[in-house]
Write a protein that binds this ligand. Structure first.
Ligand SMILES: NC(=O)C1=CN([C@@H]2O[C@H](COP(=O)(O)OP(=O)(O)OC[C@H]3O[C@@H](n4cnc5c(N)ncnc54)[C@H](OP(=O)(O)O)[C@@H]3O)[C@@H](O)[C@H]2O)C=CC1
Ligand SMILES: CCCCCC(=O)/C=C/[C@@H]1[C@@H](C/C=C\CCCC(=O)O)[C@@H](O)C[C@H]1O
Length: 347
């Protein structure tokens, strides 16, 4: 069987933006015979995610992330169908997901690397398993619940950076559902600002490319900021932290503004921001969703119900074709996506 796959062609270097030429498309012949415990899968959707920038480096800087190897098939989040099975846990037609799905149109995988999922959870929108009813939805929900300390009826104001992205767009909606009276989103275009306010119900949106973030935060958060869902770090986060209230909380989700730089994770803060954190007793604990997977099943049910009832809206940017994986990844890293960036591989 002839299949297409994407391999790592070159590394961007620790300092510098990734380019599509860092990836290469190949055609290979896949032996159709399976060993005991193996399955043949057909890839339906693949995910590109910011942490993958770290996997492009020889040293990822995180103990739970392995580096991709030159000329080897790249992998990440994926969803697909079992075509044939020699593993007792799976039968042809099952829908399965994995964190380590090869960027390949079909693949032979070991059953233990796969998890069966119920399509009813997403009303048949199988790509949601990579976003709103998958790791990014879990990151938003568990990040808020574990680190946000939102109190109903306490009139909390929440700010979300990277607000129109996969995690941010869900986090802002959960902040509202969990009782924040005001949810302000910061993102990179007027189109994104319009989407998060008009479609997702954020109170206000700030375009950080065009507007003065400190001024706009002052206007939109007259009672200060109680909860900050931080996806980006850098200057945007410095500006938010400067306006946070005493005893407020940061959900340290990610720091994408620093991923193309040779700095450790989490990147060091300026002296002024460190002083702000200390003097105002602001919590800023590192959050990694993989550490809370015992709570995943209940959280996925909650997300599924919210989406089915229309209380959470899901935004996606879908690109077609495995040949566009590299472009889609680089575009997402530069802000080309609204909602979750998905690549559709087959019907
Ligand atoms: N802690 C955890 O367990 C997890 C953490 N994460 C983290 O969450 C964050 C969001 O991930 P995800 O939702 O998948 O990705 P997104 O869908 O948000 O895509 C990335 C977005 O980042 C924004 N961005 C890129 N560069 C910059 C910059 N220099 N300054 C500000 N914004 C920038 C872009 O939006 P714009 O147009 O607004 O600039 C882009 O669309 C990342 O930091 C990621 O590492 C994700 C999953 C799990
Ligand atoms: C070092 C920067 C990471 C910033 C935070 C972040 O984005 C974390 C993301 C992880 C991500 C990890 C996914 C798979 C791990 C296995 C990959 C491998 O090396 O085999 C995610 O999907 C969950 C987040 O915690």
């Amino acid at each position: 069987m002839q299949v297409q796959r994407v391999v790592l062609n070159s590394r961007p270097g620790k300092n510098g933006a990734p380019v599509p030429e860092n990836f290469r498309l190949e055609e290979i012949t896949l032996a159709p015979d399976l060993k005991d415990g193996e399955v043949l899968v057909r890839t339906l959707y693949l995910s590109v995610d910011p942490y993958m920038r770290c996997r492009m480096n020889e040293d990822t800087g995180a103990d739970y992330l392995t580096p991709w190897q030159i000329s080897k098939c790249v992998d990440g989040g994926g969803v697909g169908l079992i075509d044939s099975s020699r593993c007792n846990n799976f039968a042809a037609g099952d829908v399965v997901i994995s964190f380590n799905w090869p960027w390949q149109t079909h693949a032979v995988m070991t059953g233990s690397d796969l998890q069966k999922v119920d399509p009813q959870l997403v009303d048949g929108h199988l790509s949601y398993f990579l976003g709103a009813v998958g790791i990014t939805g879990l990151t938003a929900l568990l990040g808020i619940r574990e680190k946000g300390h939102i109190t109903k009826r306490a009139n909390h104001t929440m700010v979300v950076s990277g607000a129109a992205g996969a995690c941010g767009s869900i986090a802002g909606q959960i902040g509202r559902l969990d009782g924040c009276v005001r949810v302000v989103g910061i993102c990179g275009s007027d189109e994104k600002c319009k989407a998060i306010v008009e479609d997702l119900g954020f109170s206000t949106a700030i375009n950080y490319h065009l507007e003065d973030v400190p001024t706009r935060l002052k206007e939109s958060c007259p009672d200060g900021i109680d909860v900050y869902f931080d996806n980006v770090g850098g200057a945007i986060s410095d500006a938010v932290i400067a306006q946070m209230n005493n005893g407020s909380h940061i959900i340290l989700c990610g720091q994408i503004s620093q991923y193309n730089k040779d700095v450790p994770y989490p990147p060091p803060l300026s002296e002024e921001t460190q002083k702000n954190l200390q003097s105002k007793n602001i919590t800023r604990e590192r959050f990694t969703v993989l550490n809370y997977m015992s709570k995943a099943d209940a959280a996925l049910c909650e997300l599924s119900q919210w989406i089915k009832s229309g209380r959470i809206k899901v935004l996606e940017t879908v690109v077609n074709g495995i040949e566009n994986m590299g472009d889609a990844f680089c575009s997402m890293m530069k802000g080309g996506n609204i909602g979750k960036q998905i690549i559709k591989i087959s019907h």
